[in-house]
Write a protein that binds this ligand. Structure first.
Ligand code: ARG
Length: 487
């Protein structure tokens, strides 16, 4: 009993002291805002968005320069101006935005994003800057078929992946079969090609497409939960930033600035008198540059890694062999897409701030390394066993035999296959578009969004890939023939 009292006598004052300091410490913690501090130090606000969403955010040619424009950009610019920093736009797929915000790759999301309960668990949202109706777009000939939300039994409905539109199709279009796609222009393309028969789109986006395409129209469908807000997504640990963003939104709402922003966006949406390639050629050229760069870096570092792995796999040490085998099997057994996300977001979690292009190169190199390892190993194994025996009987040791006899012969088997690997990586690099590296596929998406043409941009991009890979294969063929004549 005594002991109890003694300990109580000790604990109670301690608790009291703690309790008096607790509110102070939490108040202090609340005032801390690492995100805001970084923005101010950097002098730059990084806003993430998915520029497939005219008139919110899309690519347009401004004074001969490709730019991301739209009223979301005007809002972002206003916030950056109010903070007194520069604005940097970071483009990602819509479904990658929340991850990027949570891992600190971007400071804000301004991408027509609605504050939903699920998202609110991950991030905070500003006050809304607009409220819009959700619409169903169908082909003109089908307009009579769709009179209410009950008319969608078994109908394929196109929606953007991980959006509120996807949710609406699931919950309100009874019996429909939602088809979730990465980008809004993909949805339109599917609708026009009868792969889906309806699309749920955000009001302003739907209007932009219906106005531009006289094969499309609105269905007379009204949703129960059809009014959705758009707001700015903010990291959870950023109270000061949140306050500032809300301040800017307040000014925008009070002074009806959005009307002006929308008018500007509208003007940029309707400018086409030039030819398709004249207008969008620049997108493709810069895209091709990135694609070649990615593939080159991927194969270069992939070859170094692959050579190392092959030697490890052929070595006598069980551990080295084990590591190499595990690595090769793991990489070859998992999708490149996943590897790219792991490198890009994983390094963020580890506190490494990799740029998108660096992450893309590294992911491609890590991936290609596994395949090159097999190429090198096969090349070495293909050299006649007698060669090694002959070298050894001449008194060379294993490394010497490898270096002077086996490898020079193996190179002849390896180089052509390495060339093919380059061709493969050129094509595979298209996957890097998911993290927003502006290579060919990403640019094709931009052209889609800017031109409202769903099909042509991809046709053009396929031709460019073909020209690239075909030229390289031909060059490799020539090199190969040269090498075999030198035998
Ligand atoms: N408002 C919808 C949502 O919050 C879709 C927004 C899509 N935005 C975009 N830039 N693609 O889910």
């Amino acid at each position: 009993m005594k002991l109890c009292k003694k300990t109580l006598a000790l604990i109670i004052p301690l608790l009291l002291v703690l309790l008096t300091f607790l509110p102070v410490t939490t108040a202090l913690a609340e005032e801390k805002d690492p995100v805001y501090d970084t923005i101010m130090k950097r002098g730059e606000l990084i806003v993430g968005l998915s520029a497939d969403y005219a008139p919110y955010e899309f690519h347009a040619d401004v004074d001969g320069k490709d730019q991301v424009v739209g009223f979301d950009i005007s809002i972002a610019q206003k916030i950056a101006d109010d903070l007194g920093v520069d604005l940097k736009i970071e483009e990602l797929g819509f479904d990658a935005l929340l991850g990027a915000l949570k891992t600190g790759k971007i400071d804000l999301i301004i991408s027509g994003m609605a504050p939903t309960p699920e998202r609110l668990q991950e991030v905070n949202f500003s006050h809304p800057y607009m409220t819009v109706k959700q619409k169903v777009v169908v082909r003109k000939d089908d307009k009579d078929k769709f009179q209410s939300t009950k008319d969608f039994d078994g109908v394929k409905v196109g929606v953007q992946k991980q959006t509120t539109q996807e949710e609406l199709a699931k919950t309100e279009l009874v019996g429909s079969v939602p088809t979730s796609l990465q980008k809004v222009p993909d949805i339109i393309m599917n609708l026009k090609n009868k792969k889906v028969d309806a699309a749920v789109l955000e009001g302003p986006v739907a209007e932009a497409y219906v106005e531009r395409d006289n094969g499309l129209t609105f269905a007379d469908v009204t949703f129960e939960q059809g009014e959705k807000d758009a707001a700015v997504a903010i990291p959870k640990n950023a109270p000061i930033l949140e306050e500032k963003v809300n301040g800017s939104i307040q000014t925008i709402n009070d002074n009806h600035l959005l009307d002006g922003y929308k008018k500007e966006a509208g003007k940029l949406m309707f400018t086409d008198d030039e030819s398709f390639l004249g207008k969008y050629g620049k997108f493709y050229i810069s895209g091709a540059g990135y694609t070649i760069f990615l593939a080159f870096m991927g194969v270069l570092f992939g070859a170094i890694l692959g050579g190392l792995l092959a030697l490890m796999k052929l070595s006598k040490s069980k551990i080295l062999r084990g590591i190499a085998i595990c690595y090769i099997e793991y990489v070859r057994g998992t999708p490149l897409l996943v590897q790219i996300f792991i490198v890009y977001f994983g390094t963020g979690v580890l506190g490494l701030d990799l740029s998108k292009i660096a992450a893309g190169c590294i992911a491609l190199a890590l991936n290609s390394g596994a395949y090159v390892a097999e190429i090198v190993r096969a090349g070495i194994n293909a050299v006649n066993k007698g060669q090694l025996e002959a070298a050894r009987s001449l008194g060379m040791n294993q490394p010497q035999a490898m270096r002077y006899i086996i490898l020079p012969q193996a190179i002849k088997n390896i180089l052509p296959a390495l060339g093919n690997e380059f061709v493969t990586v050129i094509k595979e690099s298209s996957v890097v578009s998911v993290i927003g590296v502006s290579e060919l596929i990403f640019q094709a998406g931009n052209v889609q969004g800017a031109s409202f043409k769903p099909f042509l941009p991809y046709l053009v991009v396929s031709l460019i890939y073909f020209v690239l890979t075909f030229t390289i294969s031909r060059l490799l063929g020539v090199a190969e023939r040269r090498m075999s004549t030198s035998d």
